[in-house]
Design a protein around this ligand. Structure first.
Ligand code: AMP
Ligand code: ZN
Length: 113
């Protein structure tokens, strides 16, 4: 997808601080971190949001699997972390390429804002 910033990051056209990559998924540090560790996990294939992802949920499985690996890699297994997928206007989504926020290194309250 042309002019999609996360497509460009996922295919290396725009530099990022890459944390993890496999055939289906890339993960990189968020530019404006909301936690000591704030990583974005994105499918390499373009989906605007979770509603566009296949019924099978395959991209979500791939992102969740990456989150497990990253948790181990960044030492987030012991204290845990938060995974968030903002969707659409009410969800506060600002980048229209499906992504999962992975945040850790501090405790979060609930419910969120
Ligand atoms: P959302 O509001 O859920 O769509 O999240 C988009 C996230 O992308 C925000 O947390 C931004 O800080 C982050 N972001 C935007 N551009 C970049 C970029 N070039 N590299 C890393 N993170 C970015
Ligand atoms: Zn994209």
């Amino acid at each position: 997808m042309e002019d999609c910033i996360f497509c460009k990051i996922a295919n290396g056209e725009i530099p990022s601080k890459l944390v993890y990559e496999d055939e289906a998924v890339a993960a990189f540090y968020d530019l404006t971190p909301q936690a000591p560790i704030h990583v974005l996990i994105v499918p390499k294939r373009h989906y605007a949001d979770i509603l566009e992802a296949e019924e099978s949920g395959a991209p979500l499985n791939q992102m969740a699997r990456a989150a497990k690996t990253i948790a181990r890699q960044l030492g987030l297994e012991e204290n845990g972390f938060r995974l968030v997928i903002n969707t659409g206007a009410d969800g506060g989504q600002t980048v229209p390429h499906l992504h999962m926020h992975m945040m850790g290194g501090r405790a979060f309250g609930w419910p969120a804002g």
